[in-house]
Ligand binder design. Sequence first.
Ligand SMILES: Nc1nc2c(ncn2[C@@H]2O[C@H](COP(=O)(O)OP(=O)(O)OP(=O)(O)O)[C@@H](O)[C@H]2O)c(=O)[nH]1
Ligand SMILES: [K+]
Ligand SMILES: [Mg+2]
Length: 368
Amino acid sequence: MTTVQKIKEVEDEMARTQKNKATSYHLGQLKAKLAKLRRELLGPTGGGGGGGGLGFDVARTGIASVGFVGFPSVGKSTLMSKLTGTHSETSEIDFTTLTTVPGTLKVHGAPIQILDLPGIIEGANDGRGRGRQVIAVARTCNLIFIVLDVLKPLGDKTIIESELEAFGIRLNKKPPAITVKKKDKGGIAITNTVPLTKIDHDEIKAILSEYKLSNCDVAIRQPNATADDLVDVIEGNRVYIPAIYVLNKIDAISIEELDLLYKIPNSVPISSREWLNIDELMDIMWRRLDLVRVYTKPRGAPPDYSSPVVLRRGKSAVEDFCSAIHKEIAKQMKYAIVWGASAKHARGQKVGLEHVLEDEDVVHIAKK
Ligand SMILES: Nc1nc2c(ncn2[C@@H]2O[C@H](COP(=O)(O)OP(=O)(O)OP(=O)(O)O)[C@@H](O)[C@H]2O)c(=O)[nH]1
Ligand SMILES: [K+]
Ligand SMILES: [Mg+2]
C-alpha cells in the first residue's frame, strides 16, 4: 500500500468513528498515525512525487514575502502583474503560470517580495501537478494571499486550507500553548491551567503512546486545546503564517452577493481586472505583515522620514536596527536614544542594544 492509500484509510476510519468517551483513545491514535504518514509523504524521499524543485528556486529579496495561492484562473497573475509592474502571463486557460514569478512592491518604504505561484488543485500535497512545490514555497512566505474566485469561494477555500494544513502550514493561528517535556522515568504527568473541553486524558495518552513517549510532562495552557494541537507540538515542524482571503472578480457579482461574502473572516473583496478595493487590500496586507519601521536621526538634525529601516517583529531590537545599516555599527555604539512608542518618555530614552523597537520609532546612535 502506498502512503497516500494509507492516509486515505486512516482518514476513512476517522470519519467512521464517532467521538465519545469510549473511542477517544482510538481517535487519538488515528490522529497521531495520520500526522506521521503525512510527514513521511512530505519528506525528501516521500512517495508523492511531484518532481524536483526546478523553476521554484527564486532569489529571495525584500524584507518580507507574500505568496499567492489559489485554484487555476482565479486571477493571481493579473493581480501580481498590476501590483508590481512585473509581467506574469495571464489567460483564461487554467495552469497558465508554471513556475514562481517574483515581483517587488514598495509599501511605506518597505520592499515586499510578491510571489505569483502556479494554480493548485485538490490533492496538491500528495503530488498531483506541481502542488507540492507550490505549497513548499508558500511555507517560506511571511504572508499568504489565498486568492478565490467570488463565483465559487467557499468550496475552494476549504480545499486550499486543507492542502496547506496537510503540509504543516497553520493559517492565522498562534503556536498552541502546550509543552511536552521528555523525562527519563516517572511515567506521564498531565497538567492543565485551563479546562480541557476538546481533548481528554485518554486521547492524550493514546497520542503519546503512538509517539512512544512513555515518560513526559504535558502542560496545557491553551484554551480549548485539541488533539491536533498536541500532535502539532509533538511533530514540531509546523509553520504559523498569517493569511488573507482575497475574493477576486467582484466586478462579476451584484452588491447583494458581495454583502454575503464580507462575512468570511480575514477576507478582502477586490477586482484585479477593474482595480477595485485594492487600497483596502494593501492596508490589510501592511497590517498583517506587522513590520517595524525605524527612522534614523543624525546628531543635531531632524529624523530622516523618507527612508525607514524596516525590521520584522521579533527581530526589532536596537542591535537588529544596527546590523540592518552596517555590520560594524553595533560594535561602535555607546548607547542609543529612542523616541516613539517603545520609549518610556517623550523626551527620548537612552537604551542599549537589547532594547526592542516599535513601528515608527526614531533612533539616534551615539558612537563610542
Ligand atoms: N471578471 C474578472 N476577470 C478577471 C479578474 N482578474 C482576472 N480575471 C480573468 O481571469 C482569467 C485568469 O486570470 P489569471 O491572472 O491568468 O489567473 P491565475 O490565477 O494566475 O491562473 P493560473 O496561472 O492559470 O493559475 C483571465 O482571463 C483574467 O483576465 C477580475 O478581477 N475580474
Ligand atoms: K489562467
Ligand atoms: Mg497565473
